[in-house]
Design a protein around this ligand. Structure first.
Ligand SMILES: [Zn+2]
Length: 322
């Protein structure tokens, strides 16, 4: 049986029984229900924030695992970057120097600034910082690798050209000259054999019997072959790369203009034609129109010691054969 409730009425000075209306009951019910829900929510949030579900535990484990993997990846990237910078240094300071190519500027090697929009997109993801930094490193490395491989392409091309260049450069003596016995006179100011005054000798004289073979000193094309004032029977060979060689006073010419010649081919025979005081070969090397000292162009058949001896001998010779 429900308890009866009374309240004191000060006007009538008596206790009156409280009559409960349906509205009153509903109000009471609402208050209790709401406070129940409110308390329930509080307990739910406390529970959720402190105790994790098995799925959540799995997720946070995965996240930690992924972060660790990214860190390993980043370390490996740093190692690769180190190898890369070593390659770049060698490329600039060794390979490109050997092939006379300019070093690649750092701005080109590092590439233009990164696509920031792309990284901003990444920043929205969880793990963003490590993902962004790893992605950045990877992109930079990819760019640097591309530039480096391009540089190697250049070098391969340069090396191929250099090979041809080395075959074309005048690099041997124009007559057989064992023990350097054929050296007569070198390049520079010498006593003229005809006028007996000091004159500039633009080449090197090799004494040899008439009919001795004259070899072309590098690959090239015969530019002229015939009689020339002072030089007598004379052959000029164009080697490309700015180099021309000249062979004078021949007794016989063995090539014709436009003929391709290879280093060591016989192009004529020693003689004493033109302004000459005895059988000899007058040999000149020209580079870009300038007369050079031929003694610097025998590097393929002279040892350093022989080279020294040749320099001394050619400097001592006072009179040329012209
Ligand atoms: Zn000479």
């Amino acid at each position: 049986m429900a308890k009866k409730k009374f309240h004191f009425n000060p006007e009538t000075l008596s206790y009156e029984q409280i009559e409960h209306t349906i509205a009153h009951w509903l109000k009471q019910l609402m208050i209790h229900a709401l406070s129940g829900v409110f308390l329930g929510l509080i307990f739910f949030f406390i529970f959720v924030s402190t105790i994790k579900s098995p799925q959540e535990k799995q997720l946070s484990q995965d996240k930690a695992h992924m972060e660790a993997q990214y860190k390993v990846l980043e370390r490996q990237l740093e190692e690769v970057q180190y190898v890369m910078s070593d390659l770049q240094q060698r490329d600039d300071n060794l390979y490109r120097v050997v092939f006379q190519a300019d070093p690649i500027p750092l701005s080109v090697r590092r590439g233009t600034s990164a696509n920031t929009e792309y990284y901003e997109q990444l920043l929205d993801m969880t793990n963003s910082e490590i993902v962004v930094s790893t992605t950045k490193k990877l992109n930079e490395l990819r760019k640097e690798l591309y530039i480096q491989s391009k540089s190697y392409d250049d070098l391969i091309l340069l090396a191929k050209n250099k090979e041809t260049m080395l075959e074309n450069l005048p690099a041997i003596q124009p007559v057989l000259n064992k023990n350097l016995t054929r050296m007569a006179s070198g390049y520079g100011w010498r006593i003229d054999p005809v006028y007996h005054s000091r004159r500039f000798h633009a080449g090197m004289d090799f004494t040899a019997p008439v009919g001795t073979n004259i070899f072309v000193t590098g690959n090239g094309t015969v530019q002229s072959a015939g009689w020339e004032q002072g030089y007598g029977n004379c052959v000029q060979v164009n080697h490309g790369y700015g180099y021309v060689t000249l062979y004078g006073h021949m007794s016989a010419i063995k090539v014709r203009v436009g003929q391709k010649v290879k280093r060591g081919d016989v192009i004529g025979l020693v003689g004493s034609t033109g302004k000459s005081t005895g059988p000899h070969l007058h040999y000149e090397v020209h580079f870009k129109g300038q007369v050079m000292n031929p003694q610097n162009y025998y590097f393929l058949d002279l040892s350093p010691a022989e080279y020294d001896r040749m320099v001394q001998m050619s400097n001592n010779a006072g009179q040329t054969f012209d």
